[in-house]
Design a protein around this ligand. Structure first.
Ligand code: NAP
Length: 422
């Protein structure tokens, strides 16, 4: 029975779901030997470094990832970077198929004056900072200001605004990076504006995330009822189900009894940012609104307006994505997840997306290649295998136990290698 060798580059949800689709497609005619290559010493992608720490339920999908990783015919090659430790052309030659699952790690730019000022950040830098991503521990996040402005009306903007507006003691039982908890405990921020450029009927939030906001124990959440009344009219008599559900959730917030907490998160609609101003450091943001220009004084601005893929050599990119046709990139190279379709959908979206690409991949397979093993290419490089990763995982979880946390993450690459036993 032929065994086809498949390399998956990127150990995030899209990569694991691609591996799962391959495992599910095995039958008496063919099996797959799967090698997952990840540049970090830790797998799980956005489930580790993107999902908000106060959303632990979303992270339980990692159990599925571990099941895939231990189902047999699967090897993890962590701490191995494509383009540096190994070339795409080498993978292309050695494997029957190569699947890029490298995501979208760059924050989209607003393209307005002032983005170079200290105190302006993209969510693409802030989110991995609070999630202990080893490449983002040095990100400067000025929290010594009373007011922060978050630009964007999607779930990432909401995560960012919530992380800034909640009482940091609420993060104690989470796996937020230690450095971020310490910084947030000293934060002077008491007012967070979340600014949408269009009306509430166009917001990209999802309703479960909106519905949990009134449950925040130490934060007032403010939505102006007149904004939602106007959005309900603008949405018309038969709005789409998701829009209706969002507007219902926002109306519930608008009608929710106001509290007297010291911290406030307020939604502003029809606020188009035109300039960030300050001398050396952010001091205010200028918006165009339906009633004219408006300025909000603040010391921190975080944009959460979408992501683009980080380009790599030998792959063509277009509009922030790998150029592809339904997941086919070029001879025996495929792409899945955000690198394929752009930064949209929830974690589960990657399952059907990957399954469709694997179907195409299988239809393209010919006779299996036999050109040796990837280990011959990597040489003496320190590789995090599945068992090294399991050692890291166990160590982090046991460090968390006495503190009532799901884990205490290591944010330093050398410490991660040490925890892995390397
Ligand atoms: P998103 O859902 O696409 O939202 C991006 C937001 O940025 C939109 O409101 C968009 O407004 C706005 N925007 C774009 N360009 C702008 C500009 N130049 N100025 C002002 N606003 C601008 O993206 P995301 O929030 O990054 O989320 C990515 C994906 O991950 C989404 O599918 C999201 O649902 C998912 N996610 C899910 C969860 C969860 O399930 N809890 C958490 C985080 C992320 P327009 O509509 O006007 O363009």
């Amino acid at each position: 029975m032929p065994t086809f060798k498949v390399a998956i580059v990127g150990a995030g949800p899209a990569g694991y779901f691609a591996a799962q689709a391959l495992q599910n497609a095995q039958n008496e005619d063919k099996t797959f030997s799967i090698d997952m290559i990840e540049r970090l010493p830790t797998p799980w992608g956005l489930v580790r470094s993107g999902v908000a720490p106060d959303h632990p339920k979303i992270k339980t999908v990692s159990k599925v990832f571990e099941k895939i990783a231990t189902a047999g015919n699967f090897r993890l090659f962590g701490n191995v970077e494509l383009g540096t430790d190994i070339a795409l052309a080498d993978l292309q030659a050695k494997y029957d198929a190569v699947i890029l699952a490298t995501g979208s790690s760059l924050g989209r730019k607003l393209g307005i004056p002032g983005e170079e000022l200290k105190g302006y950040l993209s969510a693409a830098d802030f989110v991995p900072w609070y999630n202990a991503h080893p490449d983002y521990t040095d990100v400067e996040v000025p929290l010594d200001t009373e007011t922060a402005v978050v630009i964007g009306a999607g779930n990432v903007a909401m995560d960012v605004a919530r992380m800034l507006a909640l009482d940091p003691s609420e993060l104690d039982p989470t796996d937020t990076a230690d450095h971020a908890i310490a910084a947030l405990k000293k934060s002077g921020i008491r007012k967070v504006y979340i600014c949408a450029r269009r009306g509430a009927e166009h917001a990209a939030f999802t309703s479960p995330e909106l519905r949990e906001l009134p449950k925040l124990e130490h934060t007032n959440v403010i939505i102006n009822k007149t904004d939602i009344d106007a959005a309900i009219i603008a949405a018309g008599d038969s709005p789409e189900k998701d829009v209706k559900s969002n507007l219902d959730a926002m109306l519930a917030i608008a009608e929710h009894e106001k509290t007297n907490h010291a911290r406030t998160m307020e939604f502003l609609f029809h606020h188009v940012p035109t300039e960030i101003k300050g001398s050396g450091q952010v001091q205010e943001v200028v918006f165009k609104t339906p009633v004219g220009e408006k300025t909000i004084k603040c010391g921190l601005v975080i944009s959460a307006i979408g992501y683009e893929a980080q380009p790599m050599t030998d792959v063509t990119y277009e509009k922030g994505k790998v150029l592809n046709t339904e997941g086919r990139v070029k001879e025996n190279i495929y792409v899945v997840g955000w690198a394929k379709r752009g930064p949209s959908g929830v974690i589960g979206t990657n399952k059907s997306d990957a399954a469709a690409v694997i179907e195409l991949l299988i239809s393209d397979l010919k006779a299996p290649k036999d050109f040796g093993d990837i280990n011959e290419l990597i040489g003496a490089h320190k590789i995090i295998t599945q068992s090294h990763w399991e050692a890291i995982n166990t160590a982090e979880v046991s460090r968390g136990e006495p503190l009532g946390k799901p884990r205490v993450k290591a944010a330093d690459k050398n410490e991660l290698l040490r925890l892995g036993g390397l």
